[in-house]
Design a protein around this ligand. Sequence first.
Ligand code: NAD
Ligand code: DAU
Length: 341
Amino acid sequence: MTVFVTGGAGFIGSNFIFYMLHKHHDYRIVCIDSLTYAGNLSTLSSVMDDPAFRFARISITDKEGIDKIFEEEHPDTVVNFAAESHVDRSIENPSIFLETNIIGTQILMDACRKYGVKRFHQVSTDEVYGDLPLDRPDLFFTEKTPLKTSSPYSASKASADLLVLAYHRTYGLPVSVSRCSNNYGPYQFPEKLIPLMVINALNGKPLPVYGSGENVRDWLYVEDHCKAVDLIIHNGEAGTVYNVGGHNEMRNIDIVKTIIGILGKDESLIKFVEDRKGHDRRYAIDPAKISTDLGWKPETAFAEGLKKTVQWYLDNQIWWEEIISGEYREYYDKMYAKRLV
Ligand code: NAD
Ligand code: DAU
């Protein structure tokens, strides 16, 4: 069995590659990644020499490149993690989000049709449902919740989801879609909330909390997401959407305070800054379908997962120091300099 993992040099894709190589000893895993700012080859260094693994630097928007690798490898399954994934960047520059997240998905699916791939899995997000009010804790996103996006990022992911389901209905392509809540864990790029706060706290820099810090996210340890995707590609029904989340809602401010506590730092580092434009208030996934149909449940409790994650950033300073000393510095100044004056 050959599995293509696109976006495998990024956060969730790399964790998925490690999980699959460990779990399925007879599988061949091919990572397709164009190595944007978010892709890091050093993340994959431990598997580069594994004969069951191949890395190919190709953009999912490069039709010829994609056709060539399908021709060479004839994959059974394609799992599409490749995307522009950061909401703040999508607000600054939407174009690349449409290009990668929508057109890239189409190019991959056309190749899947041409080469008779048995399953195309689209890794999507709970953000396609928009947000929920803070004062209605009884409301959750189900697979039937209408799509109602807020940011260019989420609009591009929702567009891709619709295209994926259209390819199932129109061409009979065997697709599946998972819509997961916020992931955290090792190898997450420093622009995202948890690594940003850990790294800034370690460096004694201010912790920029958007708005009042009361926005709620539903956090899931990355390995639990990987297990869900593995279950779906093997046992999930074609043409079906599965929500993935562990009922673990937290306010941003509480996450930041917990990180400060784990690191033994001072809360005076917290700085409330100008809010994100169109900032979604609350995400909350109802995972009943994947639990009932496929027997999935999250295994890592948040307190344990967050401690493990913080420890990983403490133990792997070289990994993130290399990132934050490069073009990330320019990004950080652009996004935060004005907010932090
Ligand atoms: P990430 O930004 O860490 O990694 C994205 C990877 O995709 C990088 O390695 C990058 O080089 C690669 N990539 C980007 N454009 C590409 C292109 N044109 N061709 C090939 N590779 C390209 O992202 P992540 O957080 O790991 O998210 C992975 C997927 O999961 C995304 O589709 C995202 O929408 C989805 N998702 C993320 C979360 C989360 O909390 N991070 C939650 C739910 C869903
Ligand atoms: O819900 C799934 C989504 O989770 C994924 O689809 C996205 O790819 C992923 O990036 C993530 O999106 P969020 O926007 O929720 O994640 P982010 O880490 O950017 O922000 C989490 C919350 O923290 C959000 O409410 C904004 C806030 N925040 C973020 C940053 C970077 C801050 O308060 N300060 C910050 O500096």
